[in-house]
Design a protein around this ligand. Structure first.
Ligand code: ZN
Length: 207
């Protein structure tokens, strides 16, 4: 974690899986708590792929999460879960799988600080980007901009799955402003060069 932060990463994205909502097992709140105890003070962006989700929301709030994102399928009461994240002092996010429509988004936009579009099916690193995610990003961007026009609130639009230096510009043009990269960075020989390549690709579309 220190190495990727030193190499220029802005945020640590924390993928939590429990072999029920997704067919894999990863890291839990104790790992995040340990990073905090080791004085890692960056933004910790926790993506919960667990069901039921509410109990772990509380654990990750206590462990020091800054952002907690949940899938609508993982809770019977999405409004309550999102509200509890905010009441616990973190920013709240909602996550959409490739086959999950954005239908609920207008109902909860006022309760979220981040919308996360999955561009792979959650569960494993190293999967290929699903191209239809670009249309979903554009649709989410339209809803977020309309919300901003009405309320003045900024909601982040994050993309997760198969993001690399050679497709990050395309997803940015479709509306994403926050980019999760796992294997593209951790499987590369040089974190700094890889993150610099992401920034170069993003600068190329700014003009
Ligand atoms: Zn994730």
């Amino acid at each position: 974690v220190r190495d990727v932060l030193a190499a220029g990463a802005d945020i640590i994205h924390f993928d939590v899986m429990e072999n029920h909502y997704v067919p894999n097992l990863s890291i839990g709140p104790l790992v995040l708590e340990s990073l905090r105890k080791a004085d890692i003070d960056c933004t910790m962006d926790v993506h919960l792929m667990v069901k039921p989700v509410d109990r772990l929301v509380d654990d990750f709030l206590s462990a020091g999460a800054d952002i907690i994102s949940v899938h609508p399928e993982s809770t019977e009461h999405l409004h309550r879960t999102l509200s509890s994240i905010r009441e616990g002092g973190a920013k709240a996010g909602i996550v959409f799988n490739p086959a999950t429509p954005l239908t609920v988004l207008p109902e909860v936009l006022a309760l979220v600080d981040l919308v996360l579009i999955m561009s792979v099916n959650p569960g494993f690193g190293g999967q290929s980007f699903i191209p239809s995610s670009l249309d979903k990003l554009s649709a989410a961007r339209t809803l977020i901009e309309a919300h901003h026009d009405r309320t003045g609130r900024r909601v982040r639009l994050e993309i997760d799955g198969g993001i690399k230096a050679d497709n990050v510009a395309e997803v940015a043009m479709a509306g994403a402003d926050t980019f999760v990269a796992g294997s593209a960075i951790f499987n590369s020989g040089n974190y700094s060069d890889t993150i610099a390549a992401f920034r170069t690709a993003l600068r190329s579309i700014e003009t």
